[in-house]
Design a binder for this molecule. Structure first.
Ligand code: 6PG
Length: 479
């Protein structure tokens, strides 16, 4: 066994252990360390046969086991625990060494940590890692930020352990400096929330409007997964819907409490979008839908509120409706990705990150939770036109939405008539209609602002800022 590890992983909960095993299975010698040494020994005992591990009980032994420049992967909880681990290890490292934070850190924390460690000559690489436990073990999508030069030595290792897209390309790239990797991972999660919400709405419509059972809806999702919606989330949706609860014999989905939880990355995506002034309304509705579901007292108090009379569809109508829902889901999904990519564009301008959107789409094609066949087309769209103002400006996507829009609207009409909440579909369509509108009521908003607060407005026919003397003779003055 080699006594010099090419990489070390500290924090051996399931994500950390699986990542360490992934490195080992790919032929790297991996130093492993955990706050409680029992876990370190358990990993080596259970999985030692998978490759070369060096179990380190102390931080000092761990650092000593690493070849230089040291590559130290931190897999602990975001926030305080990450800072604590950095504080413990940084004094033991030397210039040129790397700390790779593979947690779901807030990108602002990553920027702060990167700047502080840079002073010491330590490369801090905030790396988004997606794919859950399974991905960490068998190939995640990895979104590393930090100094570009760290990628020279780290990149090949990450490429080896990452997922590979259908064309064989590794699902990892140097996303950009400092917090760029964690930012892109955050937006990945925001899109994940939106995707899940849209799928949830499609399910609810198929159940409440079309009258299908969960098992039938599972079959519909299976069929959709063979087409343009082909994606991991659609695939697992079919599995979850087909599952029957062993204890009651009921569909599993009917015995689970309908209160969705969240750890916070979707919320961050929306909070930061607000700061950047980017309309991510679809992602926001997904976050709000989760919060609403959790307000049980409010929901209990509202159950008696009036709703429309339900109407049943014939089998033929239900089938046609399901096809329309597929169109609505696909069109709304394009809008979610449009909004997410817009947020990345705004951040890359704000922080000078120079993020290549085609590469982002490319590394999301495999390993991550939002992996989907259509990401290859997003990659192609940005590769052809890196300055694409929005995904909706791409001819292929624009044509697909043009073909889908009648059905998309019909689905929302049906949802409204039957009282099925579809905030994701509705927000996506409103975004689409607002973007393509010749004129928006924002002109009226400006007039109101000028009326009550003399906030001024710009005219369509002349340069400058103007104010109307609303309280006097309503003449216009240049402000
Ligand atoms: C991934 C996921 C993961 C995320 C979970 C839970 O890419 O592997 O995005 O990082 O933390 O999906 O997220 P919520 O608890 O917020 O739903």
């Amino acid at each position: 066994m080699s006594t010099t590890a090419q990489i070390g992983v500290t924090g051996l909960a399931v994500m950390g252990s699986n990542l360490a095993r992934n490195f080992a299975r790919n032929g790297y010698t991996v130093a492993v360390h955990n706050r409680t040494a029992a876990r370190t020994h358990a990993l080596v005992k259970d999985h030692g046969h998978e490759g070369d591990f060096i179990a380190a009980e102390t931080a000092k032994d761990f650092v000593a086991a690493l070849e230089r420049p040291r590559r130290l992967v931190v897999m602990v909880k975001a926030g305080g625990p990450t800072d604590a681990v950095i504080e413990e290890f940084a004094p033991l490292l030397e210039p040129g060494d790397m700390i790779i934070d593979g947690g779901n850190a807030h990108f602002a924390d990553t920027r702060r940590r990167e700047a502080a460690l840079r002073e010491q000559g330590i490369h801090f690489v905030g790396a988004g890692i997606s794919g859950g436990e399974e991905g960490a073990l068998n190939g995640p999508s990895i979104m590393p930020g930090g100094p570009a030069e760290s990628y020279d030595s780290l990149g090949p290792m990450l490429e080896k352990i990452s997922a590979k897209a259908k064309d064989g390309a590794p699902c990892v790239t140097h996303v950009g400096p400092d917090g760029a990797g964690h930012f892109v991972k955050m937006v990945h999660n925001g899109i994940e929330y939106a995707d899940m919400q849209l799928i949830g709405e499609a399910y609810q419509l198929l159940r409440d409007v079309a009258g299908y059972t969960p098992a039938q809806i599972a079959e519909i999702f299976r069929t959709w997964n063979t087409g343009r919606l082909d994606s991991y989330l659609i695939e697992i949706t079919a599995e979850v819907l087909a599952h029957v609860d062993a204890a009651t014999g009921k569909p599993f989905v009917d015995v689970v409490q309908d209160q969705a939880e969240q750890k916070g990355t979707g919320r961050w995506t929306v909070q930061i979008a607000l700061d950047l002034g980017v309309p991510v309304s679809g992602i926001a509705e997904a976050v709000f839908a989760r919060s609403l579901s959790g307000h049980s007292a409010l929901r209990d108090a509202s159950r008696g509120l009036a709703g429309p009379k339900p109407t049943a569809l014939s089998a033929a109508e239900a089938g046609a409706f399901a096809d329309r829902v597929e169109q609505a889901l696909y069109a709304s999904k394009i809008v979610s990705y449009t909004q997410g990519f817009h947020e990345i564009t705004a951040a890359t301008e704000e922080y000078d990150w120079n993020i290549d959107l085609g590469k982002v789409a490319s590394i999301w094609r495999g390993g991550c939770i939002i992996r989907a066949a259509f990401l290859d087309r997003i990659r192609a769209a940005y590769d052809t036109r890196p300055d694409l103002p929005s995904l909706l400006s791409d001819d292929t996507f624009a044509q697909e939405i043009a073909a889908a829009q009648d059905d998309w609207r019909e689905v929302l009409v049906a949802a409204t008539r039957q009282g099925v909440p579809t905030p994701g579909f509705a927000a996506a369509l409103a975004y689409y209609d607002a973007l393509r509108a010749e004129r928006l009521p924002a002109a009226l908003t400006q007039g109101q602002r000028d009326y009550f607060g003399a906030h001024t407005y710009r005219r369509t026919d002349r340069e400058g800022s103007f104010h109307t003397m609303w309280g006097q003779d309503r003449s216009e003055v240049e402000a």
